[in-house]
Design a protein around this ligand. Sequence first.
Ligand code: ATP
Length: 476
Amino acid sequence: MKTEDSPSNKTKPFKAEDSLKDIVALSKRRGFVFPGSDIYGGLANTFDYGPYGVELLRNIKNEWWRTFVHSRDDIVGLDSSIMLHSAVWEASGHLKSFNDPLIDCKNCRARLRADQYLEEKHKISTIDFDLEQIKEIFRQKASEFSCPQCGNKNTFTEPRQFNLMFATKMGSLKDTEEMVYLRPETAQGIFINFRNIVDSSRVKVPFGIAQIGKSFRNEIIARQFVFRTREFEQLELEFFCVPGSQKEWFDYWLDFCSQWLYSLGISKENLRSRQHETKELSFYSDNTVDIEYNFPFGWGELWGIASRTDYDLKQHSKHSKKNLMYFDAARNESYLPYVIEPALGLNRLFLCILADSYRIEKPNTKEQRIYLKLDSRLAPIKAGIFPLQKKDGLLEIAQKIYKELAKNFTVDLDQNGSIGKRYYRQDELGTPFCFTVDYQSKTDNTLTVRYRDDLRQERINIDRVSDFLRDNLANG
Ligand code: ATP
């Protein structure tokens, strides 16, 4: 696949790169993730999720929705449009300030983010700098700075701001065409529906609106597999609270989100919280913490928890000229609620889950075994069903079990290759249990259950297989 931005990856330690490579290879081999537009040579940094990837994504979304929406009485859902009125982005500030500084190499045409270049190559932090100051550094050091791709010195263009929103046109007739943007976050769709939701449902502050959906950012450098892409999916919550209570709710949501990650089995030592320094905060935020994961290429943001004040509702009130004040009957007062936003990237969580669950037992030996130690709620397949042979009626017994289980569980009937190969495949898919139907099954109506993690095997009655899954999958 074509990659336009690999130079900085080359400098990463060998082992870390290797484990990302292993995950990318497993993803392709087992149908989790394919390179986008693969048969046409690939389209840089786009990815397609295969049969097992799509199940894993769906299970993550379902678990999130169950925990953040269905099991709470203070959060409701929404599915807003990807294309919103341009005025939304004017009001939110995205048209003016959703920018990254960009530089191009005049020699090899490599395109880089100026701030990342300064930080990664020259250890110059740009948190405090505006565009003019970044330009000044490039002016002063032009003769020293070299392009990481071609190695040539003094070949960079002057840094310029690049808006990350994808623009497109709406309408087919030229004179009615209107410029619209693909949303770079799902949050604004929530803010502009605040009034609709308050008026149509029984929500009372404090309450939240949750949304899962695609977002688009024309990232200057997309990289590290599905970590940073231009099309991605977000799971966002906007939690509206009484002004003054935002600190308390911020701490609550930071803890709630962390606990949810732990409950999925993600190891605590690979997670950490990073508080944004005051100078690093977005202009609308009075507090932000990133939950970071120790990805194979290093620590990176997984989940941003931001205290957004009443900035968004205030801006939309002003620009739309609609009253977005909330009347709080219990307090007998009207106010614009403050907002806590936990914003999670689905594809980053997907990568985090693959990396965290990836295990190699007895590496580089004949008995090497690779498996994904996935929480059973997330596993794409809950059980593999294998007839030892296709003949002598064993396949028919396995098919009957498959039909019965498929009513309630995602299961896989695999009749090809040796049993060892079938186990190997299910291990790499993270399937927690495998059921093998053999000759004994015909005489005593039992089969073998094999546990993914400790390889334990035991025989259970075929009539109990459904109950077995119900009991053993329940707690994940
Ligand atoms: P970064 O600093 O990595 O660019 P961000 O701070 O701009 O991320 P937010 O605007 O807080 O990200 O978005 C919320 C979440 O959406 C992030 O924590 C991340 O999980 C996800 N996300 C953001 N940009 C991308 C992207 N280009 N590809 C995949 N996921 C993304």
